[in-house]
Design a protein around this ligand. Structure first.
Ligand SMILES: [Zn+2]
Length: 245
């Protein structure tokens, strides 16, 4: 993996990404972010990263842009009590798949299958399916091969739930589940954490704050948007304080 080469988003890049991705599907927002995170990677190749590989790069981008610590919350399914909890980008990255192989052979139902983790193209096809059942079949038909026989025929009749489970094992970061326990009623449950939605919401809030700062500093000092955005975070913050005092 090449998360080390990921550069954080500058203030100007944050606004560009936010403007281009607003209102688009999270699959598109994720790919847009990757173009900024990894400008040297061909776009076609990024579309074929597994969802876990994609999210590993997004976690690295989030760490470089905002920091390692993620503060989030979930609602207890038992008593609706809100529970705040913290995650670390680094800790999540340590559970990323280490294998760079595309196809992996696994044993299931007494036979060998070739599996690969679903990527952005697979998901783009699956979201246009009529229902979740059909979506799962779209994924399986693209990501499971039954060895030498005709793949499309082979996986039918197999234990599809088990095969889908084997797919997620291959790419642990594709679905992040956090074990939680409610402080009020003691219920234990698993909450899913989606870096795309979470990071996008953060960038939305950050963009709004940046524009407010541009507005304030432009009116106070007569600077252009470009000039304000080129200031370091620290300097911009100090000027904002002075302009407000
Ligand atoms: Zn509870």
């Amino acid at each position: 993996m090449m998360q080390e080469s990921v550069q954080g988003l500058s203030a100007a890049a944050t606004l560009e990404v936010w403007e281009q991705g607003a209102g688009r599907h999270p699959l598109d927002q994720a790919l847009l972010l990757l173009r900024y995170a990894c400008p040297d990677q061909p776009f076609e190749a990024m579309c074929e990263w597994t969802i876990g590989q994609r999210d590993a790069h997004l976690l690295a981008l989030r760490r470089q842009t905002i920091g390692d610590r993620i503060e989030t919350y979930a609602e207890c399914p038992g008593c609706r009590n809100g529970l705040e909890f913290q995650l670390s980008c680094d800790a999540l990255l340590s559970s990323a798949a280490t294998s760079g192989k595309t196809w992996t052979t696994v044993e299931q139902d007494g036979r060998a299958w070739e599996l690969r983790g679903p990527n952005s193209r697979d998901l783009a096809l699956a979201i246009s399916a009529a229902d979740p059942e059909q979506a799962r079949r779209v994924i399986l038909s693209r990501c499971v091969r039954g060895g030498a026989e005709d793949a499309a025929e082979v996986w039918r009749g197999a234990d599809e739930t088990a095969l889908a489970g084997r797919l997620s094992e291959l790419d642990p970061l594709a679905e992040v589940l956090i074990d939680l326990q409610c402080e009020q009623c003691g219920q234990q449950w698993q909450a899913s954490f989606d870096i795309v939605t979470f990071f996008w919401n953060e960038l939305h809030a950050r963009s709004r704050r940046l524009l407010q700062e541009v507005d304030l500093l432009a009116r106070t000092y007569g600077w252009t948007e470009g000039e304000v955005l080129r200031l370091s975070e620290q300097r911009r913050g100090l000027y904002v304080e002075m302009a407000q005092s």
